[in-house]
Design a protein around this ligand. Structure first.
Ligand code: XMP
Length: 485
């Protein structure tokens, strides 16, 4: 047994000492950063892979604002793939895998498919998979009731305006205007479908804030587990366009996690893999050596986590970041660190970045936004949304029920008693759109960079000097001795 002589510190225990600054305006600073050694973001913010935080809607909003969302894994592979595809379709002027329907399908099937996928049209393909026409919601609503099949209702191939692969956005806009059409299938010489361009996509102004992949689509990540069955999920997610896979395991410094990183690296050499969670120098070093592209840090700092209470293990988050950054350095690999959990204020994020993180992962702060899964409810007269730890009783039982194909309520009390939760279920105030929360966070970061005399996050880290504070210092740091209105 040994006791480390230094104290473990977290965000509230310290402040950053202001530095001489050449920054005259908050617009003189740069917030771009690395998520992994290959992926760059415009702001250092990642939404957590929790089922009350990130599905496609949140991931779209995060990437449009320059960050990224990691879609949680507690759903079927098929649904997970659909979520990734929804994000990839949300921006970019060519939809790469447009929805198609068989020429022999009924008009009702087409209607159902458009509603299910929330799209305004489907490309029609024949028995050999070649483009046979297009059918839109407008066709279906205008067609006489007697026209009951796709074949009868669609615009057939001979009347269809198409484009060849490689068309530019300006050429596409001209064609759409010339023929007054809304949808332009991209078709190769063999009449195989290569994509779909919509009027909406070519007229939307480019968003300079968005975090995009090489093809102009929004970046998105997906979580995977560490069991053998997860290789199938990983392959499907990568195929669907996921830019990064995030290993979702509470104790990442474990043999089976290290092995998973090694095997993922072998099977998918090009994939970007985030490994974690760890909170120690050795943990970070070993995952970096195993081949990860970024290391995620945090054992128990999260707002809904009870791991430290239940197991006695954990490291206060600021110390965990500093120790893990040292582990990455020792590995000899120049990998970014993701600080996961415990961020409640912009200042916490600035401290995490100054301590060595390049991004922060956020759960509960985003759970109350419009884009998180689920609807707001009223509790004690206040509009709130639910957030739950992924190791909470409810989340664990829900997962088991989903895996066994049984209804959650069918689990008997014996099952409930077997669970040892390491998280809680809670509500958080409804906070409107996530863009507004991000605006506050990034505004705080820009100010923080100027106090740190830093033009960017790297300089913030180089210049950072923390000072430990006392409970009196903590009290002084918030508003005090006034009545808040
Ligand atoms: P915040 O503080 O942003 O933290 O809400 C989000 C992170 O918390 C972790 N997480 C958990 N940790 N038990 C835990 O000990 C849980 O049930 C649990 N659920 C989520 C996770 O790392 C997330 O990103």
């Amino acid at each position: 047994m040994k006791i480390r002589p230094t104290k473990g510190l977290t965000f509230e225990d310290v402040l950053l000492i202001p530095r001489r600054s050449a920054i005259a305006s908050r617009s003189d600073v740069e917030t771009t950063t690395r998520l992994t050694d290959r992926i760059r973001l415009k702001i250092p913010v990642v939404s957590a892979n929790m089922d009350t935080v990130t599905e496609a809607g949140m991931a779209i909003a995060m990437a449009k604002n320059g960050g990224i969302g990691i879609i949680h894994r507690f759903m079927s592979i098929e649904n997970h793939v659909r979520q990734i595809q929804r994000v990839k379709r949300a921006q970019g002027f060519v939809v790469e895998n447009p929805y198609t329907i068989d020429i022999n399908a009924s008009a009702d099937q087409a209607r159902h498919m458009m509603t299910h996928h929330d799209v305004g049209g489907l490309v029609v393909v024949d028995e050999s998979g070649k483009v046979a026409g297009i059918i839109t919601q407008r066709d279906l609503s205008l067609a006489a009731p007697a026209l009951a099949t796709v074949k009868q209702t669609m615009t057939p191939a001979e009347k269809l305006v198409t484009a060849a692969p490689g068309i530019s956005i300006d050429e596409a806009r001209d064609i759409l205007y010339q023929y007054r059409i809304e949808k332009l299938p991209v078709v190769d010489a063999d009449r195989r479908l290569k994509g779909l361009i919509t009027a909406q996509d070519v007229t939307r102004p480019e968003n300079p804030r968005a975090a995009l992949d090489a093809k102009g689509h929004l970046l998105v990540g997906a979580a995977i587990g560490v069991t053998r069955g997860e290789f199938e999920r990983a392959a499907a997610l990568l195929e669907a366009g996921a830019d990064v896979l995030v290993l979702d395991i509470a104790h990442g410094h474990a043999d089976h996690c290290i092995k998973m990183v090694v095997e993922l690296r072998q099977r998918f050499p090009q994939a970007q893999i985030v490994a974690g969670n760890v909170a120690s120098t050795d943990g970070a070093r070993e995952l970096a050596e195993a081949g990860a592209n970024a290391i995620k840090v945090g054992i128990g700092p999260g707002s809904i986590c009870t791991t430290r209470i239940v197991t006695g293990f954990g490291v206060p988050q600021l110390t965990a970041i500093i120790d893990s950054a040292e582990g990455i350095r020792q590995s000899g690999r120049n990998l970014p660190l993701i600080a996961d959990g415990g961020i409640q204020k912009a200042g916490d994020m600035v401290k995490a970045l100054a301590a060595g993180a390049e991004t922060v992962m956020i759960g509960s702060m985003f759970a109350g936004t419009e884009e998180s899964p689920g609807s707001p409810v009223i509790r004690d007269g206040q509009k709130v949304k639910v957030v739950r730890g992924m190791a909470s009783l409810g989340a664990t039982m829900g997962r088991r029920a989903a895996e066994s194909g049984r209804d959650e309520s069918a689990e008997d009390s014996e099952d409930w008693n077997k669970v040892v939760p390491e998280g809680v279920e809670a509500v958080v105030p409804y906070r409107g759109y996530v863009a507004e929360v991000l605006h506050q966070l990034v505004g705080g970061l820009r100010s923080g960079l100027s106090y740190g005399g830093a033009h960017n996050i790297k300089e913030l880290q180089e210049n950072a000097e923390f000072i430990e504070i006392t409970p009196a210092g903590i009290k002084e740091s918030g508003s005090h001795d006034v009545r808040r209105i």
